[in-house]
Design a protein around this ligand. Structure first.
Ligand SMILES: Nc1ncnc2c1ncn2[C@@H]1O[C@H](COP(=O)(O)OP(=O)(O)OP(=O)(O)O)[C@@H](O)[C@H]1O
Ligand SMILES: [Mg+2]
Length: 357
């Protein structure tokens, strides 16, 4: 079973991308989970952060982004139709709809598992600057099938949700980084999500913002599992802690907050050579560990909890990271090799992959 987690807040700059990235590394490097990150924000910061500029540009050039995938929804029947799933990941095909596997950039990120410098099971579907334009095109193309604007929005959202859910079974975790302001694609992700994490900065506008957003979420699904997470909290700031207390009296919190840390801000850089978690996050590595533990408690409170056994591994790995934090790449893959791999996926390559699977 795959857990679909959306990281979202209508407000910009609250730490959605930062939290997504910390979760991606926490779950894949410390928790050994098969993790897919989907960047649904046209700003593409998550993609650049997880893949580096050059590999991301390559994905755009080869039309392997969320926006390109969206185009595939058009022309599908409402129920989908051409066989689906994530064959390239080795998982069985699930449901129906377009083949998502060619859009997945395999083995992204710049952190290795220590000890042993093994690479985590961490993958991504990148975004691109034209994602919003693609969304508008999809709305126009689908408008004839819905009698009202709201109907057209709902129809697109449902189709996006169905597309995302077709990844069920291919990964342990799917993390969906949503854009600020929210788009229909983001609402599709929110519909698809089992869990919605809402990072916020505890300031005077936060209560209204978070409240509005959670109301909207409850309107689409009153049973959706939602947690709020205060971010950029300054130590001993009673004003911020007062706001956090007021918000978390109204909405369930994740049971922790993320402090304001230069090391966390610095971790948004991508490095070509992989490093340990400690090497990347510095003293923010404990926060990645705390975030992972809080997420696992959240999962455990849900119906079918995962085995809690890897909690011990988490503690061991974070403390080991300092000692084992050699900055080594596990396997140098040149851009030329990546380009060749992406080329191979074009037309005939895609067909071959489908046959193989
Ligand atoms: N805990 C933290 N400590 C220090 N800096 C942080 C922390 N969390 C986020 N930041 C910084 O705040 C800025 C905004 O963070 P981020 O990009 O994650 O927000 P976002 O909600 O994804 O923004 P957007 O709405 O534009 O997508 C970034 O410069 C990031 O480095
Ligand atoms: Mg962001």
């Amino acid at each position: 079973m795959t857990r679909f987690i959306a990281i979202s807040n209508r407000r910009g700059g609250v730490g959605k991308t930062t939290t997504t990235m910390m979760l991606a590394y926490g779950l894949s490097v410390l928790g050994f989970q098969r993790t897919l990150v989907i960047d649904l924000d046209a700003q593409s910061s998550t993609s650049i952060t997880m893949m580096g500029h050059e590999r991301w540009r390559l994905a755009r050039r080869h039309a392997r982004t969320v926006g390109d995938l969206l185009v595939e929804i058009h022309g599908e029947s409402e129920e989908g139709g051409r066989g689906a799933g994530a064959g390239r990941t080795g998982a069985g095909r699930q449901g129906t709809g377009p083949d998502i596997s060619p859009y997945i950039a395999n083995h992204v990120g710049d952190v290795h598992i220590t000890p042993g410098n093994r690479r985590p099971d961490l993958h991504a579907i990148p975004s691109s600057f034209d994602l919003d334009a693609r969304e508008r095109e999809m709305l126009i193309l689908g408008a004839h099938a819905a009698p009202t604007i709201d109907g057209a929005f709902a129809r697109l959202q449902e189709r996006v949700a169905r597309l995302l859910r077709s990844l069920d079974g291919a990964f342990d975790i799917v993390l969906m980084d949503c854009p600020p302001g929210l788009s229909n694609v983001a609402w599709g992700a929110l519909r698809a999500a089992d869990h919605v994490l809402v990072p916020y900065i505890p300031d005077p506008t936060a209560e209204d913002n978070v409240g509005w957003f959670i109301e909207q979420l409850r309107a689409i699904d009153p049973a959706k599992s939602v947690r709020v997470l205060a971010n950029r909290v300054r130590s001993n700031n009673s004003f911020q802690m007062g706001i956090k207390g007021a918000i978390e009296d109204l909405y369930p919190g994740l049971g922790m907050h993320l402090p304001m840390r230069a090391a966390i801000a610095g971790a948004l850089d991508f490095r070509t050579n992989t490093q340990s978690l400690r090497g990347k996050f510095g003293d923010g590595a404990e926060e990645v560990d705390n975030l992972l533990r809080a997420m696992l408690r959240w999962f455990e409170s849900a119906r079918d909890a995962p085995e809690p056994a890897y909690l011990d591994e988490v503690g061991a790995d974070v403390s080991d990271a300092g000692a084992c934090g050699r900055e080594e790449a596990w396997e140098e893959v040149s851009l030329a090799e990546l380009a060749a791999e992406e080329e191979a996926l074009d037309a005939s390559g895609r067909a071959a992959l489908r046959e193989e699977d």
